[in-house]
Design a protein around this ligand. Structure first.
Ligand code: HEC
Length: 135
């Protein structure tokens, strides 16, 4: 029974889309996972995109849910990220203007991720930084 359970768990980890693996494969080349503001300023010229900790924090700051329902807010942020992966757009970007000038708009990753992978990575971008402030 124990062996069966561990095998089942290995199978689950292998086959379920794991948000962090998707991040490493599809996002990390542009968005570093963690960096403090001060370091960002120092390394601004070498970065290709805002660090993911900044992206996650900004979405949480900008997206407001009137009833302050955390589950609804999480759902809306995840939907925004999922959509942004395929349809990045200067009009929807919440990036600071200076950063947009420097980085340009994100290229669309349409066709590179499955629906499941977009869901998993969007959840990861939200959940990875809960309680982690970009400072
Ligand atoms: C080729 C480089 C590149 C890759 C790969 C990339 N991004 Fe981006 N991304 C950018 C740049 C540049 C910006 C900032 C400009 C903008 O907002 O479009 C950005 C912005 C974003 C934003 C919007 C932030 C805001 O404040 O509006 C989200 C969300 C995002 N990326 C998520 C992802 C996710 C998730 C992945 C991987 C699935 C990914 N990105 C892969 C370059 C990239």
């Amino acid at each position: 029974m124990k062996i069966f359970l561990s095998l089942a768990m290995v199978g689950f980890t292998l086959f379920a889309s794991d948000g962090y693996s998707v991040y490493k494969k599809q996002c990390m080349q542009c968005h570093v996972e963690m960096m403090e503001k001060q370091e960002v300023l120092k390394k601004f010229k070498t970065l290709k995109a805002p660090p993911m900790v900044e992206v996650s924090n900004r979405l949480k700051e900008n997206i407001m849910i009137k009833e302050e329902d955390d589950a609804v807010k999480r759902r809306v942020i995840i939907a925004f990220i999922k959509d942004y992966i395929e349809n990045p757009n200067i009009d929807y970007s919440m990036c600071r203007l200076g950063a947009l000038d420097r980085f340009g708009v994100m290229p669309s990753l349409k066709g590179k991720l499955t629906e499941e992978e977009r869901q998993a990575v969007a959840e990861w971008v939200h959940d990875r930084y809960s309680g982690v402030t970009f400072k």
